[in-house]
Write a protein that binds this ligand. Structure first.
Ligand code: MG
Length: 430
């Protein structure tokens, strides 16, 4: 069996869902997904220079070959996103060719269903960010001239698109008031849907912020954030786990103050309190509070996770399997965490393809805690699925499939409706 070509398509959802399709000289093709990055599909398609002609079942050697090919771009970053997408597609091929589910190749399963935690926000609709983290209205949601009856779906969906908050500086000037009762209402809805763990952002712009850039938190801001957590805890009760995310925004001292202010609410974790580059800074926060600290979504390959774990800088590890360099690399990272008795709660902002790939690895990971689902606001998440029952997530869990490969196919017709303009759609040029 030989690889013949590697193709990509981008679905414009809350992020650019970047889908990889690897074809072979048999009827088998594999699906993978890569974490978004500007220019990413061009990088993935470069692999057509050397992967065709290779046996797709030599997964680890081919992942190493791709790392070598990307060597001049460094040891982290979007080259690893590209490798992750292709590596996953290779596992899908291996599974389909041998009539076994992918988890069998990652050590076999520990569980028949994988616990999902829902990343939540207070809004009602889809908010979408471009690959450089700017708010956007997806192309499919934009009005087209001469729209006919077939455009009704577009109108219905575009009414559910909200403009995202700005990630770049200037948050203070655009402060949108987050109302604790909106968070609480949403949390109760998600609890009713069966989720046993929820995550909310607490790094929201507020009138109490004095500076966008100095990583400081005012006393009023900490009060507001702890109040948000308290309102959420009260709304969902003690039986649903609650995590909060800070997106690397704060300095060590104020991060510690925030983590301590949340201690009485018994959080599942506080995520990314300080920037990811300085392991000792993260360790200082982790050491100073009983609130568990999670990080990992901006780390790549096992080498970068080693220091985090060996230094005891983290309580819960959150690798992103569409980013770290592939599913086998993810398994190695989870194993390293296991050596330190650290649980793994993978980050995941993917379409059903990447989510299902992560599910296979989570099923095969003894020290697995919960897998993120970030797409609650994407109205067409389940529409993209073929080849298994929908919805993918039921009552807060994904059932682990025994079907060969990933056990999920992309509905290309559905995906085409939400494709990103200006990007190739598999064999169709941009
Ligand atoms: Mg996060």
């Amino acid at each position: 069996m030989r690889i013949t070509k590697i193709e990509t398509a981008v679905i414009e959802a809350n992020y650019d869902w970047t889908i990889v399709k690897v074809s072979t000289d048999t009827s088998i093709a594999g699906w993978g997904e890569a974490f978004f990055a500007p220019g990413l599909t061009g990088v993935i398609r470069e692999f057509n220079e050397f992967l065709p002609g290779e046996d797709p079942r030599d997964v680890d050697r081919l992942a190493r070959l791709m790392r070598t090919a990307m060597g001049a771009t460094g040891t982290a970053g979007m080259g690893f996103h590209a490798i992750s997408g292709v590596e996953t597609a290779l596992w899908d091929i291996v599974g389909k060719a041998s009539n076994l589910p992918v988890y069998q190749f990652l050590g076999g399963k520990y569980r028949d269903r994988v616990r999902i935690y829902a990343d939540c926000h207070a809004g009602k609709g889809l908010s979408s960010l471009s690959p450089v983290l700017l708010p956007r209205t997806p192309g499919w949601a934009q009005k087209t001239r001469g729209a006919g009856a077939g455009e009704k779906w577009r109108k219905d969906l575009s009414e559910r698109v909200e403009l995202s908050p700005k990630y770049h500086g200037g948050q203070k000037s655009e402060a949108r008031k987050i109302r604790p009762q909106d968070y609480a209402r949403h949390a109760v809805v998600m609890k009713r849907r069966g989720f046993t763990a929820l995550k909310f952002d607490v790094d929201v712009p507020s009138e109490f912020s004095l500076d966008d850039y100095n990583r400081s938190l005012t006393r009023k801001e900490i009060e507001l954030m702890a109040g948000l957590v308290g309102t959420l805890r009260k709304a969902i009760g003690p039986e649903v786990d609650l995590a909060i995310d800070c997106h690397w925004n704060y300095g060590v001292n104020d991060a510690i103050k925030l983590a301590r202010a949340c201690e009485s609410f018994d959080l599942l974790w506080l995520e990314d309190p300080v920037p990811p580059e300085n392991t000792d800074a993260m360790r200082r926060v982790t050491d100073a509070t009983s609130t568990p600290i999670a990080t990992g979504e901006n780390h790549y390959q096992r080498h970068h996770f080693r220091e985090l774990l060996e230094r005891g800088a983290v309580d819960i590890l959150a690798p992103d399997y569409q980013k770290v360099g592939g599913l086998l690399e993810g398994r190695r990272i989870a194993d390293m965490a296991e050596v330190h008795y650290v649980a793994v709660a993978p980050h995941n902002i993917s379409s059903p393809i990447g989510t299902m790939a992560s599910v296979h690895l989570c099923a095969a990971t003894p020290n697995f805690l919960a897998l993120e689902w970030h797409a609650e606001s994407v109205p067409f998440f389940d529409e993209l699925i073929k080849g298994r029952k929908k919805p993918l997530i039921e009552k807060g869990y994904v059932e682990v499939t025994d079907k060969p490969g990933l056990g999920i196919e992309l509905d290309e017709q559905a995906a085409y409706k939400y494709r990103k303009r200006g990007e190739p759609f598999f064999d169709q040029p941009a």
